[in-house]
Ligand binder design. Sequence first.
Ligand code: URA
Ligand code: SF4
Length: 209
Amino acid sequence: MHRVSAQEFMPEGRSSVRTLKEAAKHCRGCDLYANATQTVFGKGPAEAALMLVGEQPGDAEDQTGQPFIGPAGKLLDRALKELDLQREHLYITNVVKHFKWEPRGKLRLHKNPSAREVAACRPWLEAEIAAVQPTVVVCLGATAARALLGAQFRVTRQRGELHPGPNGCTVTATVHPSSIVRIRDQKEREQAVNRFVTDLRAARTCAGL
Ligand code: URA
Ligand code: SF4
């Protein structure tokens, strides 16, 4: 059976990030566009050596159109600061480009994207990797790791492993920063931040930064 995906909204041939971003504004490759404010496309230099891939935009990202600017983004910024890495030098994106949520009173609660939605949106991520040609791609959390490293991949056991990826890049994975934000115990949270920083440091080294 033919199913719609982002592919039908993709420009012909290899495109720049700018062209892709423009086209993605009009994507209807799955139903998620209908309840979201806007497409949140990846952001960063056209030739970044290091690419970070999250799951999908949250509430703050949906409202502003920028990836990783809410609580998870703040934690990411803290980790990048510890590494002396400037966010502006990285390409930061998500597997799924629209915010999926359900109402809970006045709140919009994040809902995990389905496998079908991940598959539908995947062509944008593939096109971003083809356009940017990063040396290293870091999957942040299980959704990104599943999309780029396969359904069998387990972040808890396999974080930090280096795998060959598309376009000759190296793909690795670590936890999602929002999983760290959710840790209540301060000491445990600090340990989790340190491990996250360690994973990102290894990825940076691998990318030659
Ligand atoms: N979580 C993500 O996975 N991506 C974002 O952009 C924000 C939160
Ligand atoms: Fe298109 Fe992805 Fe948005 Fe679905 S989530 S409409 S595939 S951009």
